[in-house]
Design a protein around this ligand. Structure first.
Ligand code: HEC
Length: 111
């Protein structure tokens, strides 16, 4: 596990004053699940920045949450551009639910 990379990611969080044990555990889980091959909290890589995701779905209800979990599990495209997210079926569904829940609670990107 790249603890240096985790530290690097957590520094801005700490500066912003919400470095929580929860965030650290979730960032570890996201690395272990391969999400950060395509995502970053703040930058658009192959996939959208997770703070942009938090902004778009800030008022997500249960149905939207379930759709996002299924999307991460099965993959798909079209909501953010032409890049596709490949299926993440090796990631346990429980972990996907935990990650999506955390992503939606991230401090959203600026308007
Ligand atoms: C192979 C690259 C890749 C990986 C690995 C990946 N994603 Fe994605 N992700 C994308 C792309 C590309 C999109 C945009 C898809 C679209 O436009 O609908 C996306 C979109 C998303 C969205 C928003 C979906 C929507 O419909 O708005 C969420 C939430 C998300 N990813 C979470 C995750 C999580 C959690 C993981 C790890 C389990 C993960 N991603 C792994 C590339 C990836």
């Amino acid at each position: 596990m790249g603890s240096i990379r985790v530290l690097w990611l957590l520094l801005p969080l700490a500066a912003a004053g919400f470095a929580q044990a929860d965030d650290e555990a979730m960032i570890d889980l996201a690395w272990d699940s391969g999400c950060f091959n395509c995502h970053d909290l703040d930058k658009t890589l192959r996939g959208p920045a997770w703070r942009d995701v938090a902004k778009r779905y800030h008022d997500a209800d249960e149905a939207v949450f379930e759709r996002l979990v299924a999307k991460v599990r099965d993959g798909g495209r079209g909501n953010w551009g032409d890049e596709a997210m490949s299926a993440n079926r090796r990631v346990p569904e429980e972990d996907i639910r935990t990650l999506v829940d955390w992503i939606l609670r991230l401090e959203p990107s600026d308007p």
